[in-house]
Write a protein that binds this ligand. Structure first.
Ligand code: GLY
Length: 409
C-alpha cells in the first residue's frame, strides 16, 4: 500500500511494523500480489472513470427526478422524487467528483438538482433529512460557500428537530406502518447534519438532541455482540421499548449488513463531534463485529445480512462495503490502539480494491450509469436486489476521497 509517511511513522512508533502486531486476521489478509495498491494513480483512474460514468447517468435522469437504481433485465433506469430518502446522494456524489476532478460539469449537474431538492427543507415527515440535505447542500456549502445553501440547511435542520420528542429522547424515524414510535439504526446517520446546525447557529439544541438520541440508541439497539436490531419501537408517552424488529434484514434477531454499517459510521461521527470515549468504544466494538465476523467474505464485501448463508449465490451488499470503508478510514484516525487502526485501514483498502475491481465496478456506459454493481435495498420486500444504488456510489467516492486526503502524500 502506498500510504503516506505519517501513518507509517505512527505504526513504527507503536512498534507494529517491527513486532507484526498489526497483522490482520484471516479475513483481512493483505491482497495478493496481483492486487493493485491504492496509489494516487489508482484513485485518479477511478475518479476519471466515475466522472465519465456520471456524465452518462445524467443523460438518463428526468429533469425533475433523482437517480435511484437501474434494472438490468429491463434496461430500465429508476429515479425518484425529491422526498425519497436517497435524493441527496446523486448531487452529493457529483460534488465529490467535482472536487476530486475539477470538472465543472459535475458542479453544474449538482446545482441543477439542488434547485429541485431545496423544497425538502420544509419536510417534517421523515428522519432522512440528513441524507437528503447534508450529503447534497452540505457538500455544496462546504465547497462553494454559497450562503443560500446554509439557509436551506438551517431550515432543514429545524424541520428534522421537530421529530425529536423529550418523552422518548429520540428522533422518530418513520410515520408509516403500525409502529408506535419507530427508531431505526439508520437514523444515526442524520445526526451529522444536526451537529453542523449547532456549530453554525450556535444553538446547542441540535447537539443535545444528538446526544440524547445516540445514548438511547446505544442502550436499546445493540445486542451483547454489538450487532444491532434494525427497528426499535418505543411507547411515545413513556419512552419504554415496545418491540425490537427488523424491516430490511433476514430476521428480527439477525444482523442486517447495512444497518451495522450505519451504526459504525454513526458512532464514529458521534465521537468526532463530542470526543466522548463511550462513542469511540461503541464504534470500535461495531467494527470488531463486522471485521471479525466469520461470514465476512475475503473480499470484504458483506453478504446482505451477516446471518444469511455464506454461499456463492447469497447476495452481496456493495453499499454496506462502501460505508464500511469510509467509516473505518475515519475511525482509524481516532482509535488510540494502533493495532486496531492498522486493521481498519487494511480492511478499508481491501474493500476499496474489491469495489474498484471488475467484479463490482461497472463498465463504462453500462449499469445505468451508476458506478458500482451488486447492492441490496430490501431483500424481504424483493426491492432493489443485486442492483446499483445511488448511496453505494456516494460512500465509495467518499471513501476514495478520504483515502486520498488522509493516507496519500
Ligand atoms: N435507510 C434505508 C436503507 O438503508 O435502506
Amino acid at each position: 500500500m502506498k500510504r503516506n509517511h505519517k501513518f507509517i511513522y505512527a505504526l513504527l512508533a507503536a512498534g507494529l511494523l517491527v513486532t507484526g502486531c498489526g497483522q490482520s486476521t484471516q479475513k483481512t489478509e493483505e491482497p495478493d500480489a496481483s492486487s493493485p495498491d491504492i496509489t494516487e494513480a489508482f484513485i485518479q483512474e477511478n475518479i476519471a472513470f466515475s466522472v465519465k460514468q456520471y456524465e452518462h447517468l445524467s443523460t438518463l435522469v428526468p429533469e425533475d427526478k433523482l437517480p435511484r437504481t437501474f434494472i438490468q433485465e429491463e434496461a430500465k433506469s429508476v429515479s425518484s422524487g425529491t422526498s425519497w430518502w436517497t435524493s441527496g446522494f446523486y448531487p452529493g456524489t457529483l460534488l465529490y467528483l467535482y472536487e476530486m476532478s475539477g470538472d465543472s460539469s459535475m458542479l453544474q449537474l449538482a446545482e441543477q438538482k439542488l434547485e429541485i431538492l431545496e423544497k425538502e427543507k420544509d419536510n417534517k415527515g421523515t428522519h432522512d433529512l440528513g441524507f437528503m440535505l447534508f450529503c447534497s447542500f452540505g457538500n455544496a456549502y462546504r465547497i462553494t460557500g454559497n450562503e443560500h445553501y446554509k439557509e436551506v440547511m438551517l431550515q432543514g435542520a429545524e424541520s428534522l428537530a421537530t421529530r425529536f420528542h423529550p418523552e422518548t429522547g429520540l428522533i422518530k424515524s418513520w410515520d408509516h406502518g403500525s409502529w408506535k414510535y419507530p427508531v431505526i439504526i439508520d437514523n444515526m446517520m442524520n445526526l451529522e447534519f444536526l451537529f453542523w446546525a449547532s456549530d453554525v447557529s450556535g444553538d446547542d439544541k441540535y447537539r443535545n438532541i444528538n446526544i440524547s438520541h445516540a445514548d438511547s440508541t446505544l442502550k436499546n439497539h445493540f445486542r451483547d455482540d454489538f450487532s444491532s436490531y434494525h427497528v426499535v419501537d418505543y411507547d411515545p408517552a413513556t419512552g419504554q421499548v415496545v418491540d425490537k424488529k427488523t424491516h430490511q434484514g433476514k430476521a428480527d434477531d439477525s444482523a442486517w449488513s447495512r444497518g451495522q454499517s450505519w451504526g459504525l459510521y454513526g458512532y464514529t461521527v458521534m465521537y468526532r463531534d463530542t470526543k466522548d470515549p463511550a462513542y469511540l468504544a461503541q464504534a470500535e466494538n461495531i467494527a470488531a463485529f463486522i471485521l471479525d465476523h466469520p461470514n465476512m467474505p475475503a473480499d470484504m464485501v458483506p453478504y446482505w445480512d451477516y446471518d444469511a448463508p455464506a454461499t456463492d449465490t447469497t447476495y452481496r451488499d456493495a453499499s454496506a462495503a462502501a460505508l464500511n470503508a469510509s467509516a473505518l478510514l475515519e475511525l482509524s484516525k481516532y482509535t488510540a490502539d494502533k493495532t486496531k487502526a492498522e486493521k481498519y485501514v487494511s480492511a478499508a483498502e481491501k474493500t476499496l480494491i474489491s469495489l474498484s475491481s471488475d467484479k463490482y465496478r461497472a463498465k463504462l456506459g453500462e449499469n445505468g450509469g451508476f458506478i458500482l454493481m451488486h447492492s441490496v435495498g430490501s431483500l424481504p420486500h424483493n426491492s432493489e436486489v443485486d442492483v446499483p444504488l445511488t448511496y453505494a456510489d456516494y460512500y465509495y467516492i467518499e471513501a476514495l476521497k478520504r483515502y486520498q486526503e488522509w493516507f496519500l502524500d
